[in-house]
Design a protein around this ligand. Sequence first.
Ligand code: C2E
Ligand code: MG
Ligand code: MG
Ligand code: MG
Length: 291
Amino acid sequence: EAKRRPHVPYLEFDTSLSEGATRRLVIDSALRVAMARREFTLHYQPQVDLQDGRLLGVEALLRWQHPELGRVPPDEFIPIAEENGLITEIGLWVLREAIRQLRAWDDAGIEVPMVAVNCSVRQLDPDRFPAQVQAILGTARLDPSRLELEITESMLMQDPDRAMSVLNALKALGVRLAVDDFGTGYSNLAYLRQLPMTRLKIDRAFVNGIGQHGNDEQICRTVIALAHSLQLETLAEGVEHAHQAGFLMQAGCLLAQGYLYSPPLPVAALEAWIADGGVRCGRASAAPVGP
Ligand code: C2E
Ligand code: MG
Ligand code: MG
Ligand code: MG
């Protein structure tokens, strides 16, 4: 429709700018009451062993359903919550809810080995965060190794020194630490080597290029080699096709997550996936390499 309008460049530019700004303002104010109105839920995406599709853990992913705005994607509202500071409160809720859920699965005899929770650097307050994590795990009587915190590479590199002290405190508790979206953040490798991480998650942009872009395949191989040399696990994100899983396995990546196995699911659907054996589509990953 925009193309049928007469060409008035300045007017169009101004209009789209104010639409974007207005949407941000609307989201900003809606976020301020979202928690009290219980508009957040968590979905969980299986993380599997590439060889046999076995469930190794789940990643908790935040979902926001607003009565008028509908479903707002996290890539849109998380940056706004980071800017207005609400991420601290929201992030703490996510952590409590994910740990409460893991306790509930244990109590119900549903085997979920661990839960991964995304974390913004703004949450990494050295004076509070490690103590909060410890208290939440203690209340749920869960071993800290059942929790993995994911922090994006680009965020880790923003304020290295602050991140380092909090991550060391978390590591001392026994919590597992993953670098999310690895390969997109121009890491300082000397610095990365000093961080107490346990896992690198290969960004799905590179996984997506397997079988299409030689560069992306080379980046996957390089990240896997780097992880090996730093004694870190690698998990490939966004695995959608069996040939990608085959390539990754041959390249030495042992863990994966993606639509090939399951999208992020609400609790009941995840429980059904587990009861169903889960691994059914995972077995497809044993298919020969190549599209
Ligand atoms: P992420 O942590 O890298 O999460 C992976 C994203 O990839 C998720 O998007 C997931 O739904 C999507 N995904 C998983 N498998 C596939 C696949 O096979 N193909 C494709 N195309 N996509 C796949 P989602 O749930 O929209 O989350 C987007 C981002 O929002 C997350 O990226 C994470 O950075 C952030 N986020 C989500 N929940 C939280 C949270 O509780 N706290 C914080 N701080 N950030 C969160
Ligand atoms: Mg993540
Ligand atoms: Mg990611
Ligand atoms: Mg991401």
